[in-house]
Ligand binder design. Structure first.
Ligand code: NI
Length: 177
């Protein structure tokens, strides 16, 4: 079922979400199905449960082949429950981001270039990956939602923040997530 995506200004987007207590339940499957439907309808690159008003630590995202990141491992449509992130090294990278909760805008956000993330899939199988580039960026963006952080709150240079049509008159490849 396609759900309404909350927009910046809604206080639920600033809340800290709760861990999922039990994996593999029908409730969790239904939540993830709704998140997938909603993300697909909006052509998003990722979605966190609080964006549809469910304050649980669940994110989904897609890391598909992208010419800008030819070395990125393709991870189609993973679900990550109760994630824990750990930066690998000190390197930070600037990159453009968008967000389904901040529609129509894009901004440059510094993120850790390389991270390890752990968590569980929908049925409770452990996930443990070390990633970089776009994959690392989308995971950091989604997991920030679980702590009530929206990407503008991570920005340092507001001269690189604006409406997508003005910033990229030829069209933007930067997804919302
Ligand atoms: Ni977002």
């Amino acid at each position: 079922m396609i759900r309404n995506v909350l927009r910046m200004g809604d206080p639920r987007l600033l809340a800290k979400s709760e861990p999922v207590a039990e994996l593999g339940t029908s409730e969790l499957h239904a939540l993830v199905a709704d998140m997938r439907d909603t993300m697909a309808q909006l052509n998003g690159a990722g979605l966190a449960a609080p964006q549809i008003g469910v304050l649980l630590r669940v994110v989904i995202f897609g890391v598909h082949a992208n010419p800008r990141y030819p070395d990125a491992e393709e991870v189609p449509d993973p679900v990550l429950v109760n994630p824990v992130l750990e930066p690998i090294g000190d390197a930070m990278e600037d990159g453009w981001e968008g967000c389904l909760s901040v529609p129509g805008l894009r901004g440059v956000v510094p993120r850790h270039a390389r991270i390890r993330y752990r968590g569980f899939d929908i049925s409770g199988e452990p996930i443990d990956r070390t990633v970089e580039g776009f994959h690392a960026r989308v995971v950091q963006h989604e997991c920030d939602h679980l702590d009530g952080i929206l990407y503008p709150m991570r920005m340092r240079d507001f001269s690189k923040f604006g409406f997508v049509e003005e910033l990229f008159p030829g069209g933007s490849e930067v997804p919302e997530d």
